[in-house]
Design a protein around this ligand. Sequence first.
Ligand SMILES: O=C(O)C1=C[C@@H](OP(=O)(O)O)[C@@H](O)[C@H](O)C1
Ligand SMILES: C=C(OP(=O)(O)O)C(=O)O
Length: 445
Amino acid sequence: MTHSDQPRPLQSRASGALTGKVRVPGDKSISHRSLILGALSVGETRITGLLEGEDVLNTAKSMQALGAAVERTGDFAWRVRGVGVAGFAQPKAPLDFGNSGTGCRLVMGAVAGCPISAVFDGDTSLRTRPMRRIFDPLEKMGAKVIAVVEGGKLPLTLQGARDPLPITYKTPVASAQIKSAVLLAGLAAPGTTTVIESEASRDHTELMLKHFGADITSVMEGQHGRRITLVGQPELHGAAVVVPADPSSAAFPVVAALIAEGSDVVLSDVMTNPLRTGLFTTLREMGGAIEESEVRGDAGEPMASLRVRASKLRGVEVPPERAPSMIDEYLVLAVAASFAEGTTIMRGLHELRVKESDRLAATADMLRVNGVKVEISGDDLIVEGRGHVPGGGLVATHMDHRIAMSALVMGCASDQPVKVDDTAFIATSFPDFIPMMRSLGADFS
Ligand SMILES: O=C(O)C1=C[C@@H](OP(=O)(O)O)[C@@H](O)[C@H](O)C1
Ligand SMILES: C=C(OP(=O)(O)O)C(=O)O
C-alpha cells in the first residue's frame, strides 16, 4: 500500500451543530476474525456487515492466498469456504498486510499451526512495529522464524510447526493480538492451550471461537485479568457472522457531537462489548450525554444505538487499567479533553508508542499545533482543557488513520480550522468517514 505517493490533505472548519442518524462501518476486530475463523473452518461462513476497509481486505486476500475461497457476495456481504484447522496451503507470494497490525499478527498465529512457510510484510508503518511479541510464543509452540530483519520487524518468514505444541502463556502486555495469535496457533495443537493476561484485552477471538464450535473457557485471573483455555484440534464449523458497528469508529462522530454546540446525533448498532467501551465510560464521567437504546446482542457481542448530545465536558483522571478497553481511542479522547474545562490525565499509555505511529507523541503534537497545553509524563498524557481550542494548526498524520480522523473532529468545533496533511490512511478502517461526517453537517474542504 503506497499511499504516501499521493497525500490528500483536508481542512475541517466549525460548522455549528451536527445532526442526523448514521451507522458507522463494521467492527474491524470482528471483521478480521470472521475471515480468519471462516478460513479455518469446514463448510461455509456467511458474513454480513464486514468492514470493507483496506486492513480487512488485506486479511481477505491473505486467506485466499492460504487456500480458502473468499468471495464478496454483495455490499458488506462475504462468503468464506474454509480449509479446516491446520489446513492452510503454502502461499505462492509474500502476504502483504498493508497498514494492519491485527491482520498480520493474527494470521501469523494461524499459520504457525500449519506445516507451511509464509513471508509476512506490510507498509513502512507496519515495518516499524514489534513482531517479536508474536513470534516468541509461536516459537515455543514449534514454529520458526527463519528470516527476519533486526529488532524482530517485518518482513519476516515464518515456518509453521509440523507438530504444534500446546503451551501456557502469560502475555507480557495486555494485547488481544498476542492472545489471539497464541489461541489461533493452539487450534492446531493437541491438548489445551492456555493464555493468561493480567489485564483483560478484547475477547472477540474467544467469543467467535465458541460461535464456530471450539471448546474454550475464560475465567477471571486476579482483579482485572483472564485465564483462557482452549481445547486443541476441534473441528470448526462455518457459521453466520453479523458484524456490529465499530465502537472505535463511532468514537469520532461521538466526540464531534459532544464538542460541537447544539449537536444531536444517533449512531446505530454500535458494539458495546465492555472490553471495548472504556471511551464511552470516560466521556460519561466527563459529563458527556451518551444514551443507549435498542440494546441487543448477536453471537455473544452486545450492541446498542447511541444518542449523543453536545455537552459541557470537564477534565477527569483515566486509570491505567482502563487502557485495554479504549486503547485505540486515546487520540480522540485527547481531543474531547482539549474542549473540556480542567485537566485530563490519561495514565498507562505505553502501548500507544507501538501503534501505526508513536501515538503518544503524535497526539501531543496534534494538540500543541492547535494551541492546546499538553504534556507527556512517563507513560501518561496530561491535557489542560480550557473549554475551547484555538485550532489553526497543520497536523502530521504519520500514516495513521486515527490521527487524521481525530484532527478533523477537532476542527468541527475549534476557533480556527484544523488541517491534516494526508487523509489517505482513513481508508484502512473507516472508508466513508469523510462523506459520513459531511452528512452530519461537518465542514471538510
Ligand atoms: O485484536 C485486535 O483486533 C486489536 C487489538 C489492539 O491491539 P493490541 O493487541 O496490540 O493491543 C488494537 O489496538 C487493534 O486496533 C485491534
Ligand atoms: C492499532 C490499530 O490497528 P492495527 O494494530 O490493526 O494496525 C488501530 O486500528 O488503531
